[in-house]
Each structure stands twice: as C-alpha cells, then as structure tokens.
Design a protein around this ligand. Structure first.
Ligand code: PAF
Length: 287
C-alpha cells in the first residue's frame, strides 16, 4: 500500500522539497485543485503518476476566483478525505496552504490575462480569471514542478493558464486531460454535490446539448442553427442559459474552416452554475 501523502502547508517548505527532488533527477508532476476531489481529479493524478516520479496535489479554495454572492463560503472542504483518496494513487505531497500564505496581508499583485480570459466565463464572472491566473502563478512558485495537469472540463481556464505560462515564460509544461463523466454524461465537478435529485436529473441537459451539437456539426449544420438547438435543449430541461456557443477552440473567436472548434455551454440549474464543453474536429465549412 502507498504511504499517506505528506501535507505541507508552508509554500517555502513545499518549494524546497520539489527543488531537492528535481535536483536529484526526479520528474515532478503537479495537479492544482480546490479539493473536494472526485474521479475527474483522480484521472489527472493517475496521468501525472504514470508520467512522473512524484506527484504533488494542491488543495486550496482560492477566494479571489469567486465573485461576490458566489459559493466560496459553502464550497466543499474535505482535506482528510481528499488525502485518503489521492494517497491510494501514490501522491507524495499535498500542498494545502493557508490563505495568508498565498496572499500575504497587504498583497498588491495580480496576474491579469486578456485574450482568452475575456469572453464567456470572463464576462459572466468578472475577475474570475484574474483570481485563477494569480493563484496558479503563485502555486507554480510553491510547486516548481516539471509539468502541471488540468482538466479539459474547464476549457477556457486551460487556455488562460497556457497563455499565462507562455507570456510569462514560466518554466512548466501544461498537460490538458479529457473530461471525466458520470454514466449519464454529466461532467464530474465538485459543484455537482450541490444538486438535489431533480436538479441532478436536469443537469444532464448540458451533456445532451453537446451531444446534439456534435451530431449537427458533423452533419454540416450552420453554427447559428446549432447554437439555437443547444440553447433549446438546455431550456427544455429548465437550465437558465448563460451561453451556448461554438467557437474556435484556441482563440474563442468565430470558428475557422479546417480548424478545431469547441462547443461551450454554461447555465444555472437551480442555484448551481455548471459549465461543460466538447471539442469539435475541424470541418470544411464554418458557416
Ligand atoms: O480548476 C480549479 O480547480 C481551480 O480553478 C484551480 C486551477 C485549482 C485554481 O484555483
């Protein structure tokens, strides 16, 4: 049986451990999370464990990526259960800093990404991606790993992180792993725990809208027609739609002939906001 992961609170201690092990020739993989770990996170850890000698998981519910009135206070926190879960997968360290370790009192520095951070989630949740970029940058200082793993479920977040890493020349490789789904297609998310049975039933509409979009895209349907159909599928199950769009998978601008696109959906089921996406192979017409 694997040893229990060591829980390291202090970022400087965590950094020293990672540097010592990398200096000794070990390849270190990093999975940043906000905890409440589920099978989606486990798939990231498994990929990291397969590709690296040691794995660090960070567990930090980052206050700066939640807007006023969002679910920061009630976001599930379960460090012991998280440690037990990823301990079974061979994780060596859990980095669980306190808020003051990440944001020292009086902290005045933020990482602001434009471009991919602007539309969709950026518009729906002002300041969200600044919070994400700032904390990820800070976590990359505490965990100077060879490679970090992110889930494709937060498609726009992966673009924002990759852009930040490129623009700031951060010495870390970013790997994006496929979304893990429940048997009925609902994407795994820590926020699924908020759903009551009726909401859980209705939440599958996000997946269904993406299935319909994929089929229509492959048939060559017009983008505007597909977007209307996605929205209709969501509304039919009582989802309050934020957006249902098909865009270029890298730029998030209009789809381009022959380039990969992505269908993005976001909406509220009861009080819970959910997002999902599906990458679509490039096709001959972008209409
Ligand atoms: O995807 C998440 O869980 C968070 O946005 C992240 C990347 C850990 C930053 O807080």
């Amino acid at each position: 049986m694997a040893d229990a992961p060591r829980i390291v609170r202090d970022p400087a201690t965590m950094r020293a451990e990672v540097i010592a092990n990398r200096t000794a020739g070990r390849r270190i993989g990093f999975v940043p999370t906000m905890g409440a770990l589920h099978a989606g996170h486990c798939s990231l850890v498994e990929r990291a464990a397969a590709e690296c000698d040691d794995v660090v998981v960070s567990v930090f519910v980052n206050p700066t990526q939640f807007g006023p009135g969002e679910d920061y206070a009630r976001y599930p926190r379960s460090l012991e259960a998280d440690a037990a879960l990823v301990g079974r997968l061979g994780v060596r360290w859990i980095h669980a800093p306190l808020a003051d370790d990440i944001y020292p009192p009086g902290a005045a520095t933020r990482v602001v990404v434009d471009g991919p951070a602007t539309p969709f989630e950026g518009r729906a949740r002002p300041g969200h991606f600044t919070g994400v970029a700032t904390v990820v940058c800070r976590l990359f200082q505490a965990v100077p790993a060879d490679v970090a793993y992110f889930g494709a479920k937060d498609w726009q977040q992966t673009l924002v992180v990759r852009r930040m890493v490129r623009d700031l020349g951060l010495p870390i490789e970013i790997v994006v792993c496929p979304t893990v789904r429940e048997p009925d297609g609902l994407a795994m998310s820590s926020r699924n725990a908020y759903l009551d049975p009726d909401e859980r039933f209705r939440a599958v509409a996000l997946f269904e809208s993406l299935e319909a979009a994929t089929a229509a895209w492959e048939r060559g349907a017009e983008v505007a027609v597909i977007e209307r159909a996605m929205r209709a599928a969501l509304v039919a199950r009582g989802v309050a739609v934020d957006y249902a769009s098909i865009v270029d998978s890298e730029t998030l601008g209009s789809p381009v002939v022959g380039r990969e696109a992505v269908a993005l959906v976001a909406g509220r089921v009861g009080a819970t906001r959910l997002i999902d996406n599906r990458v679509l192979a490039g096709r001959g017409s972008s209409a």
